[in-house]
Ligand binder design. Structure first.
Ligand SMILES: O=c1[nH]cnc2c1ncn2[C@H]1C[C@H](O)[C@@H](CO)O1
Ligand SMILES: [Zn+2]
Length: 371
């Protein structure tokens, strides 16, 4: 047996696990356009498929999370009916499956989809139907994927407790957790303590976008005050790690790294980092892919995972995010397998379900590629 080349087509064949992907950040450009036409939404900044795709990519390349988030106005505007939510979710499941993702947790904020009179429950039901349908269609083509949902509360708003209750209400119907997202500076996670306490009281897991546009204090609050199970991004934990001056971010080892208390806690407790390389560059959380802390964190054995964040805004896929890391840091198949197993271990489904995917899907899949 021979080892497959580490190119994009082979990476697309590898089983991958995606924990951080936004439904409203992953529409196909053609779908944005079609849905806008259907409802007479005339504020799209472009009017053909290629231009729509390019616009999102370029507008999101802003170097600022706040400006990056402004692009969601358009996707959220065309996702206000049960049928549009269902369609976007169905296409999401199909696109991920076609890219070789075998397990995904896709998140979105139900409170942003109420403008046409849907209730929170109706919004979630439509999305769950779409995921189920998309996964079934993919299975018919021989592409197996399990898609689960995280419901997000917007951190500038005041509905987080209600959204946490929604997560628990749907916990046996496909919603596996809760999240908060949106602008980070000025909206610390501790504003939403009652939501996190509700989740903990119900033994239900959650993740928090933290350490993206704001640094260590945000991560500290998320883990120590809120008790988060994972960190959405968490990339700025690097600010609590001291490396020798001039250290190469692509080095194979960092023996002289010194960790502060927060970084040690994140690593000791194996708190998963939902790292999103391209998105981090777009929002200015890191200066460039070459300087992305992914490799430092991976080599120091943090529980790193690879994620897309927003496939439309980043013009990316899970395979592309993996390829970017291979190109930057020289990873091999066994590294990609390790990141995938890390993600599967960190998923919010139950332990026996995670183990079954690792043993029955991930390990055999990489064994074939490694040869
Ligand atoms: O990377 C992100 N950081 C913070 N908020 C984000 C990010 N990507 C998407 N969002 C927001 C915009 C969406 O409308 C919302 C729910 O998916 O989550
Ligand atoms: Zn995100």
């Amino acid at each position: 047996m021979t080892t497959s080349p580490l190119d994009l087509p082979s990476i697309a064949l590898a089983p991958k696990v995606l924990l951080h992907d936004h439904l409203d950040g992953g529409l196909r450009p053609a779908t944005v356009l079609e849905l806008a036409r259907e409802i007479g939404y005339d504020e799209l900044p472009a009017d053909d498929v290629a231009a729509v795709g390019a616009w999102f990519r370029e507008a999101a390349d802003s170097g600022s999370l706040v400006r990056y988030l402004e692009t969601f106005t358009h996707t959220v505007a065309v996702m206000q009916t049960a049928s549009s939510l269902e369609r976007v979710a169905r296409e999401c499941a199909e696109d991920l499956a076609d890219d070789g993702v075998v397990y995904a947790e896709v998140r979105f904020a139900p409170e942003q989809h109420l403008e046409n009179g849907l209730t929170l429950d109706e919004v979630v039901e439509a999305v769950l139907r779409g995921f189920e349908d998309g996964a079934a269609q993919a299975a018919d083509r021989g592409r197996r994927i399990q898609v689960r949902t995280l419901v997000t509360a917007m951190r500038h708003a005041a509905r987080s407790r209600e959204i946490a209750e929604l997560a628990v209400r749907f916990r046996h119907r496909g919603v596996v957790g809760f999240d908060i997202a949106g602008a980070e500076a000025g909206y610390p996670p501790s504003r939403h303590l009652d939501a996190f306490e509700y989740m903990r009281a119900n033994n239900a897991p959650f993740t928090i976008h933290a350490g993206e546009a704001f640094g260590l204090p945000s991560i500290h609050e998320a883990i120590s005050f809120c008790g988060t199970d994972r960190l959405g991004h968490g990339v700025r934990v690097i600010e609590d790690i001291t490396l020798p001056v001039g250290a190469d971010p692509a080095a194979a080892a960092f023996p002289d790294a010194r960790l502060g208390d927060v970084a040690n806690y994140v690593r000791d407790k194996r708190i998963p980092l939902e790292l999103c390389p391209s998105s981090n560059v777009q929002t200015g959380a890191v200066a460039s892919l070459a300087e992305h802390p992914f490799n430092v964190l991976a080599r120091l054995r943090f529980r790193v995972t690879v994620n897309t964040d927003n496939r439309l805004m980043g013009d990316t896929t899970m395979s592309r995010e993996c390829k970017v890391l291979v190109d930057q840091f020289g990873y091999g198949w066994s590294d990609l397998e390790r990141f995938t197993v890390n993600a599967m271990k960190s998923a919010f489904i139950h332990f026996d379900e995670r183990l079954a995917i690792i043993d029955d899907v991930i390990k055999p899949g990489y064994a074939v590629l490694i040869g």
